[in-house]
Structure formats: C-alpha cells, structure tokens
Design a protein around this ligand. Structure first.
Ligand code: SF4
Length: 280
C-alpha cells in the first residue's frame, strides 16, 4: 500500500487540482497535513478579508435557498462587497422556477481504492412530467473571483470535470433512481461580481468517458507515486502558501501581479474531503 492510501480515503476536486498543479503541494497538504506556514500573497489582510466575504456570501445564498427571509439576510450582508454580491444574486434571473433545488449537496463514488467526494453549491433538477427521470439537471457554483476567468481556463479545471462526471456517475438518487445522461446536464459558474456573464458548460457522453478515465488515471498515479516532485511552473510557487518548505522564496507574491489569481483564491477553498459525514 502506498503512502497516499495509508493517509487519505477521499479525493476531491481541490486535492486532485493540487496534485495536477504541483504533486509536492499535494503531498505537503494532504499526506503530511501541514498548515500554511507562509502568508499567501500581499496584501495579506485584504486577501483574507476577500476569502472570508466569499465564504459568507456562500452562506447567505445557502440560507436564501433554504427559505430564510431576504430582510434578515440583508442584515447579515454587512460589508459593501457582500451587499453588492447579494444584490447581484437577488437580481439575477437564474431561471430555476420549475426546478427542485438541492443546495449544499454532497455526492461521492468509489474511484480506484479511494473515494471521490464533491460538495455542490446547488444541484437543480427539472422533472419531466410523465417520464421517469429528469429532463434537465443544472449544477450551479457561486464564484467570488475578482476577475471573470476565461471559459477555456474553467473548462480544464478539475472542478468542472469532477462535478459533472460525478453527478452522472452517482446522481441517480436525484433522478428517481435513473442515472443522469450526460446530455441532460449543464454546469454553470455564476460570478458574484459579473452577474451577467455566467460560464456555462454542457456535457456529453464523450466528455464524460474522457473525464472519468482521467480521474481514474490520476487516482492511480496518486496511489502509486513513489515521490511527489515540485512543479516546474515556478509561477505557481510565487503565491503558494508552502513555498518556505520548498526553498522557492519566502516573499509573498504581489496579488495584483498574478497571472492566475483565481488559482490562488481556490487554494483557500474549504477542503471537503475532510468532512466525515457523506450522505451517498
Ligand atoms: S512552493 Fe512551489 S514546489 Fe513548493 S508546494 Fe508550492 S507550488 Fe509546489
């Protein structure tokens, strides 16, 4: 049994993305379970505040989807940014009126000797009257990025690949016991600061097969790896919280100068594989 199998049971889009971006980062974070030793970027406080507001925005939307009155939620949107994001969300027409909503929904499936886990911000299912199985299912993911990323960048993210394929693989529970067909599914990233520019990704059987094969292959690589080398893309180190372990500079990168600042934001996302309770 390899080091990975002894140490972890679950993989998530975040841990897979770390492995793809830098195997060493995967090792430090998930196998050695090190805390962040270095501040991620400058200015630190502003960045941390943005992360906290992002997490708070997710909570507000979740409460709203559970039916909490908007007036109460307005009181909780207590910074200018949160107010702006929440207003944008309330004014957005996401066209979900005839959908059944499953906010903060967790799915998992076996993947090699490990388990793949994903926690969705929202899965919306539209019933097709008279026919068993839904006519349409939408994955919604809220993003509080400072910039609107390119669709090409989003399309290659592990999140886009994991969330869509896992719903096909193990989402039958939401569809009267019938597995979703890839063609029934769409994933939408909705950007709180760019409310009229969502990114939409349809799906099909070819993409699904390719994604699932890629995920199985990555899992195999993780499990069988004898070592976890440092990335050759030095730009990744300039905002990596672990750089002082790697002798790749202790000065935090200037946030504004980052080419891939969205990647940096993702580094602080909550890592759901640490959540013990899995519903399905
Ligand atoms: S500093 Fe660079 S090599 Fe080290 S974990 Fe971070 S990204 Fe990987």
């Amino acid at each position: 049994m390899g080091m990975a199998e002894k140490t972890i049971q679950n993989l998530s889009q975040s841990s897979l993305q770390d492995f793809v971006d830098c195997p060493r980062r995967f090792e430090l974070r998930y196998l050695k379970k090190l805390n962040y030793p270095a501040a991620q970027t400058e200015p630190i406080l502003e960045n941390e505040k943005h992360m906290q507001e992002g997490a708070q925005f997710h909570r507000l939307v979740h409460e709203h989807l559970l039916g909490m009155p908007v007036e109460k939620l307005h009181l909780l949107a207590n910074t200018p940014k949160l107010r702006r994001w929440f207003e944008n969300y309330l004014n957005a027409d996401l066209r979900l009126a005839d959908y059944t909503l499953h906010p903060e929904f967790t799915l998992s499936a076996p993947l090699g000797n490990l388990r793949l886990v994903a926690k969705y911000d929202l899965v919306a299912v539209q019933k097709n009257e008279g026919t068993r199985g839904a006519s349409q299912v939408i994955i919604l993911d809220w993003k509080t990025y400072r910039r609107r990323p390119r669709d090409e960048w989003l399309a290659t993210r592990l999140q886009t690949r994991v969330y869509r394929s896992l719903l096909v693989q193990s989402g039958a529970y939401l569809n009267e016991g019938v597995p979703f067909k890839p063609e029934q599914l769409e994933m939408i990233y909705w950007f709180a600061d760019f409310p009229n520019e969502p990114a939409r990704f349809k799906y099909d059987a070819t993409l699904f097969n390719r994604d699932w094969e890629t995920l199985a292959k990555l899992t195999e690589e993780i499990v069988s790896a004898a070592e976890y080398p440092k990335t050759e893309e030095l730009i990744r180190c300039s905002y990596c919280p672990f750089r002082s372990y790697c002798e790749r500079g202790s000065q935090a990168g200037a946030y504004e100068a980052l080419e891939s600042e969205m990647e940096a934001e993702e580094l602080f996302d909550i890592h759901f594989e640490q959540i013990g309770e899995i519903a399905f």
